[in-house]
Design a protein around this ligand. Structure first.
Ligand SMILES: Cc1cc2nc3c(=O)[nH]c(=O)nc-3n(C[C@H](O)[C@H](O)[C@H](O)COP(=O)(O)OP(=O)(O)OC[C@H]3O[C@@H](n4cnc5c(N)ncnc54)[C@H](O)[C@@H]3O)c2cc1C
Length: 328
């Protein structure tokens, strides 16, 4: 939430901004006097490569302090934007906005607000978008999200979107107020029947108004470049930023891969399994492997790097400094 706004206040503010549907048409301003934050798409148009960092909203005050300390350190790398995740089913809704607004205020950088539509009615989504707009959020990573863990077969209600593309359509009711990104899955989305259909679904999202892609993490760059080729073949032209997960702990890595449907490549297993119990060794080897992966991605034309930082700065600082490059 913006400073001083309780969830109830922001709801009434949203109603004031949008007393009755429909939402503002393209070009209409819900921010009459504020200078608007840049859209990430404008940065893509200016830079050959971008550098960006994903953070998540912490649950405690201590976690919040750690997050801003990490962001402060990461800001030294002159990133193009931060992104802030959104808890399953909206569980961190106010935390996501609060952190996003504060990051924008402190660092003057655009923040990509992740937003999932599962278990949200269309009316609630429109209200949330109004609040984001009035808080100068201009960039949204639009997703369906995952069903609750205890309800894997969750069926959306009649007024709830079923797919990420419907969220994009609702965001586009606001014209070009927001830049819209979508997630991409180099190894295909776990529930997509085939890679070919997965590619077509991405093209449909582009037709609906998506403008850039941030991928799930992967450890075999062939998965990323194969994905880029596959989706280009069906007409996807959006920039596709590779998502990078620094390796700091082997067991956590195995568990992340399982949760996200990403493959732990044979080369990573071979390098790290024998030393899995030695935390320092895993950390050092992980940095080495990830630095090599990032260098190869950039050498072969990736349009930037998007790090899943897990609210820690050091691994990312070491990797980016190790690349010895100005990423742009
Ligand atoms: C970079 C990144 C960031 C993420 N951040 C978050 C976050 O902050 N919070 C969070 O909860 N989750 C996050 N996720 C996870 C994401 O919410 C899940 O992966 C979710 O399952 C997919 O969302 P989606 O919008 O791609 O779904 P959709 O595109 O709706 O796809 C869902 C299913 O429907 C199928 N499908 C898609 N389009 C069509 C179509 N046109 N017709 C028929 N079927 C279709 C797909 O194949 C898939 O099986 C993130 C993922 C990534 C890669």
């Amino acid at each position: 939430m913006p400073p001083g706004l309780t969830p109830a206040a922001s709801e009434s503010q949203a109603k004031r901004l949008c007393p009755a549907s429909p939402p503002p048409a393209a070009g209409d301003s819900v921010l009459p006097k504020m200078k608007r934050m840049r859209k990430i798409t404008e940065i893509f148009a200016q830079r050959r490569r971008t550098l960006s960092f994903e953070l998540f909203p912490p649950k405690t005050e201590r976690g919040r302090q750690a997050l801003f300390a990490a962001a402060e350190a990461l800001a030294e790398l002159r990133p193009d934007f931060f992104s802030v995740t959104y808890g399953a089913g909206g569980s961190t809704a106010s935390g996501t906005l609060d952190i996003a607004v504060e990051l924008q205020r402190r660092f003057g950088l655009p923040v990509l607000h992740h937003y999932t539509c599962i278990r949200h009615t269309r009316a609630a989504i429109r209200r949330a978008l109004q609040v984001m707009a009035s808080s100068d959020i201009r960039n949204i990573l639009a997703m369906r999200g995952d069903p609750p863990r205890d309800q894997p077969e969750y069926t959306p209600g009649p007024d709830e979107p079923r797919l990420g593309r419907e969220l994009i359509q609702i965001i586009r009711e606001f014209g070009d107020l927001f830049a819209v990104g979508v997630p991409g899955f180099p190894e295909k989305h776990v529930n997509a029947p085939t890679k070919e259909l997965d590619s077509l679904y991405l093209k449909i999202k582009q037709d609906d108004g998506a403008e850039f892609v941030i991928t799930q993490f992967f450890f075999d760059n062939e998965d990323y470049f194969g994905y880029v080729r596959r989706v280009r073949d069906v007409g996807v032209t959006m920039p596709i930023l590779p998502g990078i997960l620094p390796i700091t702990d082997y067991d956590k890595l195995v568990s992340f891969c399982r949760t996200c449907g990403a493959t732990l490549s044979r080369s990573i297993r071979r390098a790290l399994e024998p030393i899995r119990r030695d935390g320092q060794e895993v950390y050092a080897r992980g940095i080495e492997l990830l630095t090599r992966q990032c260098r190869d991605l950039l050498d072969r034309g990736a349009p930037g790097l998007h790090f899943f930082c897990l609210n820690r700065a050091e691994p990312v600082l070491t990797i980016v400094n190790g690349l010895r490059l100005t990423v742009r």
